[in-house]
Design a protein around this ligand. Structure first.
Ligand SMILES: Nc1ncnc2c1ncn2[C@@H]1O[C@H](COP(=O)(O)OP(=O)(O)OP(=O)(O)O)[C@@H](O)[C@H]1O
Ligand SMILES: [Mg+2]
Length: 181
């Protein structure tokens, strides 16, 4: 994959497959420490120690349509090739938190890419799942919580076409502000 945003989508799909109804995603760029940190936390089924070990092995997967699971091993490779790392904390019945750290200036560090599109795929396909997104670039940051949108919308679903167009432009506006100073 050419963009970290696609890895975020991949890892969030794991959360959905694990039955999560809440996914918290944070993307933190710290230019002073030269780090880009992506964290994806869910309240899905979680993994036992054994499952967690197996998840590090590309030949282990609970998917049934093919025999290798590549999501986590590929992300780990992408992080480690920059001198970063991936850490998974998981409790059965509670959920899973995956943290991926990248060294931003490393020549092999992939661009972050279009995180807004990743969020919109999640929102459009699973409006029932609550998404909390925190974006930090040094001292600037913003937070989007789909629960807040749902409170305002009442009976109108988050994937209503007009609503999702508005949500997307809201996110894009914030990304531009964050990058633009
Ligand atoms: N958030 C999570 N909650 C519970 N189990 C998880 C989670 N993420 C991964 N797993 C477990 O780890 C396994 C490996 O995950 P990985 O993303 O590497 O491969 P996959 O999802 O099986 O296949 P692919 O990502 O290639 O479609 C999964 O099959 C699942 O059993
Ligand atoms: Mg996966």
């Amino acid at each position: 994959m050419r963009e970290l945003s696609l890895y975020i989508l991949d890892i969030a799909q794991n959360s959905l497959a694990a039955g999560a109804c809440e996914i918290k995603i944070s993307v933190v760029e710290d230019t002073n420490n030269d780090r880009l940190t992506i964290k994806i936390a869910d309240n899905g089924s979680g993994m036992t120690q054994t499952q967690k070990r197996q998840a590090a092995d590309p030949f282990y997967t609970t998917r049934t349509t093919r025999k290798v699971g590549l999501g986590i091993p590929l992300l780990r490779m992408a992080a480690e090739q920059t001198g970063g790392r991936v850490e998974i904390i998981s409790k059965p019945g509670k959920g899973t938190t995956l943290t991926a750290e990248f060294v931003r200036s490393h020549i092999d560090c992939l661009p972050l890419g279009d995180v807004v599109s990743t969020l919109m795929v999640l929102i459009r396909t699973r409006p029932d799942v609550d998404i909390y997104y925190k974006r930090v670039l040094d001292s600037r940051s913003y937070v989007v919580d789909t629960r807040k949108f749902k409170e305002i919308l009442g009976d109108v679903p988050l994937n209503n076409p007009d609503v999702s167009v508005w949500v997307e432009s809201y996110l894009r506006e914030h990304e531009i502000q964050l990058a633009g100073h």
